[in-house]
Design a protein around this ligand. Sequence first.
Ligand code: BLA
Length: 312
Amino acid sequence: MGVTLGFVSALGLRSHSLQWIGHNNKTTCVVTEGRFQPTRMIAEAASTEVLSNERAAKLPWNETIAGDECPLLFMPFVTYQLEQQNKLEGLSDVPFPKDLSFQQAEKPLGRIESWLWRSDKFRKIRATYIDAGWKAQVFNSVWYPSPEYDLPLLGIDFLSFGKKKVLCVMDFQPLTQEQAYLEKYCERMEAVRNKYEGLSGKMSARFYDEAQFFSKQLIFAKFDNQEPIESQLLPAFKEYVVEYMNMMEAATPDSSEAGMARVKELQREYDQYSAERDPAVGLFSTYWGEEWAEKFTHEFLFSDSVLVKKEA
Ligand code: BLA
C-alpha cells in the first residue's frame, strides 16, 4: 500500500507521481501531475507525514460520530494526559504517516485517531482514541522512556464495548521481573491501587502472561456500567500519571553503552510481545481492514516489532 513512483516527464518540466492507494481491499492507481494540488493531496495521503499538536489542539471531541449519543467516555483522560505531558521538558511533535494517524469507517461507523510525541526523557509517547459510539470507545497509550532510563513503560488500555462491558488496564509495565526492579519502580503503586475498590482485579491468561511486562500493582477493572469510569478510574489514572512523571523526574540516567543497549533490547522485546498478543488486531480489522490493522500494529503501536505470520 502507498507505493509511490516519482518520475519526471521527457521535457523535464513536470513531475508526476503514480500512487496505489489501498482501501477496503480495493487498490486504485492515481496519476497526478505536480502542480495540481487537489489530486496531489489525495495521491500523497498514504505517504505524507503528519504532526500531532495541531490535531491535539482540537481535542476534546464533544460528540461521537456514530450518532447514537454515546458520551466520549475516555476523553477526560486524554485531555488530562495532554495537560500533564505538556509539562515535560523538550516535548516535541514526531511526524508519522497520515494514514496511520486517522481512519474513518462507514460500516460500522467508527473513527480512530492517534498522536505521537517525544521529549528529553521519553523517546516515544503515543496515544490513540477509537470512537465508534456505544459499539466501542477506547483510549490506549504507551510512554516509552529513553534508553538512558530503565523505568517501566506507562501502559494504558481503557475500553468500553456496548453498554455493559468496560475493561480498564493501566500499569507501570516493568522491563524485568527482578525483585529489586519491581520494588524500586512498581511497588510504590500498591497503596494507590488498594484505595480504589474495584480497580484491583486480576487479568486473565487469555491474551497476555501476567508474569511478563506486567506488575502486581496493575489497575485492572471490569465494569458492567460506565459510572466507575469517572468516579474511580479517572482519579486513579491521575495518580498513576503524576507518580509516573515524578518517578521519571527523580530518575538518574545511565548513559553507558551497555545500559542503553539493554533498555533498547527490553523495550523491543516488549513491542514484539505486545504486538503478537494484542487482541486489538481483530477490532481494527473489523473497522479498517486487515492490511491496515497489521500496518498500524507494527508501524505505529509497536514499531519495534516485526510481523510473524502464524501457521495456518
Ligand atoms: C485486552 N485490549 C484488550 C482487548 C482489546 C484490547 C480488544 C480484549 C478485550 C476483551 O475482549 O476482553 C484493545 N489493545 C486494544 C486497543 C489497542 C491495544 C484498541 O493495544 C490499541 C489502540 N493492552 C495495551 C496496553 C496494556 C494492555 C498498553 O495495549 C497495558 C496496560 C493490557 N489489554 C490489556 C490486558 C488485556 C487487554 C491485560 C486482557 C484482559 C484480560 O482478558 O485479562
